[in-house]
Write a protein that binds this ligand. Structure first.
Ligand SMILES: *[C@@H]1O[C@H](CO)[C@@H](O)[C@H](O)[C@H]1NC(C)=O
Ligand SMILES: *[C@@H]1O[C@H](CO)[C@@H](O)[C@H](O)[C@H]1NC(C)=O
Ligand SMILES: *[C@@H]1O[C@H](CO)[C@@H](O)[C@H](O)[C@H]1NC(C)=O
Ligand SMILES: *[C@@H]1O[C@H](CO)[C@@H](O)[C@H](O)[C@H]1NC(C)=O
Ligand SMILES: *[C@@H]1O[C@H](CO)[C@@H](O)[C@H](O)[C@H]1NC(C)=O
Ligand SMILES: *[C@@H]1O[C@H](CO)[C@@H](O)[C@H](O)[C@H]1NC(C)=O
Ligand SMILES: *[C@@H]1O[C@H](CO)[C@@H](O)[C@H](O)[C@H]1NC(C)=O
Ligand SMILES: *[C@@H]1O[C@H](CO)[C@@H](O)[C@H](O)[C@H]1NC(C)=O
Length: 739
């Protein structure tokens, strides 16, 4: 053991030396000197205050103890209490002025060294008397000040105990940073009128809490000589940041000690950090507060930790565990929380429903307003008026509501789209009563033509021709009016000619029938008494077929109803390229003959089975019209005819129809036959073949017509080919002879 024991002893010795050295260095900085007297009478004198040199921080904190009575420094101000939080309670004399007894009427109060300030939060200046005015004068930071109050009363009964508002007692606040003061008392009438109940005035600056005014004090207050005064004490004259710069003089070096600027004048104070208590001016004196032992703030297990504490809730509980906090609560299980969640959920739902109800309500109102606006803008009122005046054999136009149409088209479902073009979209709809309709939503509408639009809607709904798609009505509640037509079942002529997948290729007979019927429809509308209706957009895509392959011309006049969409390159000129009348295109002058030209293209399409715009550029022409005309002129008709329709029996008929088409395609409108002539000629050709014996009857009818209109010659500019002029003559029998 020998060796080991010596080592241990040596180590202990070393530790002792180190501890001694540490203690010595600490005592150099702080007076842990046990010989320091820390009491005087009943007063505790904590450091930085001290009674002897080496026991206080600096001479400002000297307490002189005389016969167990502590005095501030070497003066005569008695110290009542020293608090480490920066307050010092001392006694202050009470000034009195008794005019009949020639006593002093003022007193001075000066704090030695001017280091401590009179607390402005704890003290008040108070004067008592019924014939009194009292003044305080003092020095703040290098400036003087004066303030005071007046107290007057005529009877003792008029004063109120506890109230210092100028009757028997008055009070004022004192300013910041006051270090010394002088109280001066004066009377107005030497108390001559109030002497029996108030012979003297009194004045003092004292702790507010320490004095309660009583009417008795007006009579014999002079028995009391002093009151407590609270001073704010502080270390040095610097603020915390400045003081911290010099660690040799900085007073708050101790562990868990913090610096705090003095609230009243220069200097700083030290405080123990929160959760610690002790003397912050002494090293190792800020001790952890054991909150658990002292106050036990926890409702459950309390654990003290340095500077704080912890309340631990048992397992399965939650909360802060504090008595005055949430305490510990059983953790609500998910099962238990279901009703709560349900409640929240339902509440939320109700809120949501309410909000959306309001939202939709507002939106609906807005929508209704908008609908009304559109209805008016689109001439709805005008139409209603016209319809009410309307007395015809046919059903008048119906004004549909957006709601009806939405329902009919299943809210414009994509699957209901029948066709889509530059002008708009056509939906299939089903009205109540299982009536199928085609609903055309157009893109653009020219508001300047509202009146015309309404007129045409009225006009078109009156047209009851078996080869015209019937306009049933319209809806005006949208930005652009929606038109509702009867629904035609079997697609467009365009599809029948050009979609090879169509099971049945149209026979010539059927093509002829369609041509005759559409020509008849066009002629009928051109001859409409009140206002010739020009289609403007005759094309195979606008000739619909029903199950019996009966032609139904669609979109009649719609091009004017639905004005000018974005394809409007030339103002007002519209139509479909390939079908567009070149004269109309160049001049902008629209006549019935434009429809004749377009119809010529339709017939050429029927004959050749080719599209109006040729896809095959090797044919040298872009337009079927040009290509067709030049082929007819150059006698190449047989080469361009649709193979499906040519047979031994009908070649002559085809040629005649081709010639008619060629005439329709004349460049100059006046060179084209009218639609009526075209219709009659086609009818004639068709009937001749069907019933040769009826030929005579027809001829007489036709002759009658042709005679009234006189024979015409048509001049055709063959366009690009040789620009030769060819003259054709319409013979009385309706055939066309060309050279
Ligand atoms: C303790 O105080 C006494 C008297 O004030 C003084 O004489 C002595 O030197 C002090 N001791 C230390 C270690 O400061
Ligand atoms: C002196 O102050 C301490 C706290 O600092 C307090 O407990 C004590 O009651 C006070 N004594 C007087 C006479 O005010
Ligand atoms: C005035 O002084 C006399 C004695 O000098 C004393 O008896 C009397 O009470 C005093 N009066 C007042 C109002 O202080
Ligand atoms: C002043 O009155 C209040 C209540 O009126 C009382 O609590 C307080 O102790 C009194 N102070 C003195 C110094 O009498
Ligand atoms: C004020 O209180 C005292 C007792 O404290 C009482 O004798 C006196 O009559 C009171 N004065 C008034 C005006 O209420
Ligand atoms: C710190 O204060 C002491 C005493 O007032 C002084 O001698 C010393 O120069 C100061 N140090 C600094 C860095 O200011
Ligand atoms: C709750 O207790 C803490 C510590 O005991 C205390 O600081 C706080 O003021 C209390 N709060 C209330 C509302 O009592
Ligand atoms: C604290 O505990 C007591 C009994 O243990 C209980 O009555 C009280 O409600 C609790 N307080 C809190 C805030 O949890």
């Amino acid at each position: 053991m020998g060796m080991h024991g010596i080592l241990v002893q040596q180590q202990r010795l070393l530790e002792a030396i180190i501890l001694a050295a540490l203690a010595a260095s600490a005592s150099a900085a702080e007076p842990t000197n046990s010989s320091c007297i820390r009491t005087c009478g009943s007063l505790q004198i904590p450091y930085p205050f001290g009674t002897t040199e080496g026991c206080y921080l600096d001479p400002a904190f000297l307490i002189t103890c005389h016969d167990s009575t502590p005095f501030l420094r070497r003066g005569h101000i008695k110290v009542l209490n020293i608090s480490l939080d920066g307050e010092l309670r001392v006694t202050t004399p009470i000034g009195h002025d008794c005019p009949n007894n020639e006593t002093t009427s003022s007193y001075n109060y000066e704090l030695s060294l001017l280091t401590f300030s009179v607390s402005y939060t704890r003290n008040k200046f108070t004067a008592l008397g019924c014939d009194t005015y009292a003044i305080i004068r003092g020095t703040l930071e290098k400036q003087n000040f004066a303030t005071g109050c007046i107290s007057v009363c005529s009877k003792i009964d008029s004063v109120v105990n506890g109230s210092c508002s100028g009757i028997g007692c008055c009070q004022t606040s004192i300013p910041h940073g006051m270090k010394n003061f002088r109280v001066v008392l004066r009377s107005f009438n030497h108390h001559s009128k109030v002497g029996d109940f108030n012979p003297c005035s009194f004045g003092f600056i004292a702790e507010e809490k320490a004095y309660n005014f009583s009417s008795l004090d007006l009579i014999n207050f002079q028995n009391r000589k002093t009151l407590p005064l609270v001073l704010d004490w502080a270390v040095g004259k610097e603020t915390c940041p400045d003081a911290q710069k010099n660690s040799t003089t900085y007073a708050c070096n101790a562990e868990h000690s913090e610096c705090e600027n003095s609230p009243n004048g220069p200097g700083y104070r030290c405080i123990c950090r929160s959760g610690y208590e002790g003397n912050p001016y002494l090293s190792n004196d800020c001790k952890d507060i054991n909150e658990c032992e002292i106050s036990n703030p926890c409702n459950t297990t309390c654990t003290n930790i340095p500077g704080s504490f912890k309340c631990d809730c048992p397992k399965g509980y939650e909360g802060d565990g504090m008595k005055n906090g949430t305490g510990c609560r059983l953790i609500v299980t998910r099962y238990r929380s279901i009703p709560l969640l349900l409640g929240i959920g339902i509440g939320f739902l109700v809120l949501l429903v309410g909000a959306s109800w309001i939202y939709w309500g507002l939106k609906r109102r807005k929508l209704i307003k908008l609908k009304e606006k559109f209805f008016k803008q689109n001439g709805g009122l005008m139409l209603q008026q016209q319809l009410s005046n309307f007395e015809g054999s046919v059903e008048p136009a119906k004004i549909f509501s957006t709601k009806e149409l939405k329902k009919a088209t299943n809210n414009y479902d994509e699957s209901k789209i029948l066709g889509q073009g530059g002008n708009g979209i056509v939906f299939k709809g089903v009205l109540p009563g299982n009536k199928a309709v085609a609903i055309k939503k157009s893109k653009v509408f020219d508001r300047s033509q509202t009146k015309q639009f309404i007129n045409e809607v009225c006009l078109l709904t009156q047209i009851n021709h078996r080869n015209v798609v019937k306009l049933l009505g319209c809806c005006l509640e949208t930005r652009v009016p929606i038109l509702v037509y009867e629904f035609i079942t079997n697609g467009t002529l365009f599809e029948h000619i050009h979609y090879k997948s169509h099971l049945f290729s149209l026979s010539w007979e059927n093509r002829m029938k369609i041509a005759v019927e559409s020509a008849g429809a066009l002629a009928y509308l051109h001859s409409e008494a009140s206002m010739p209706i020009i289609h403007r957009d005759v094309k195979t895509a606008n000739i619909l077929l029903d199950d019996n392959l009966t032609a139904k011309v669609a979109d009649f006049g719609a091009s004017r109803l639905i004005s000018l969409d974005e394809t409007q390159v030339n103002t007002l000129v519209q139509g479909t390229f390939g079908y567009l009348d070149p004269e109309y295109f160049h001049s902008g002058q629209l006549t019935e003959k434009s429809d004749v030209y377009s119809f010529g293209v339709v017939v050429a399409e029927l004959l050749t089975g080719r599209r109006a715009i040729l896809s095959d550029k090797t044919e040298g022409e872009r337009n079927l019209a040009m290509y067709f005309v030049s082929s007819v002129i150059e006698d190449r008709l047989l080469q361009i005819l649709d193979n499906h329709i040519v047979n031994e029996g009908n070649i002559e008929e085809l040629k005649e129809v081709a010639n008619l088409a060629k005439k329709c395609l004349s460049v100059r409108g006046e060179d084209r036959p009218s639609m009526k002539e075209v219709a009659m000629e086609l009818e004639g050709l068709r009937n001749m073949k069907k019933n040769p014996q009826e030929k005579v009857d027809l001829k007489t009818e036709e002759t009658k017509y042709v005679v009234t209109n006189s024979t015409q010659s048509f001049s055709i500019d063959a366009g690009t080919s040789n620009s030769s002029t060819v003259t054709t003559t319409v013979a009385y029998d309706g055939t066309i002879k060309g050279r």
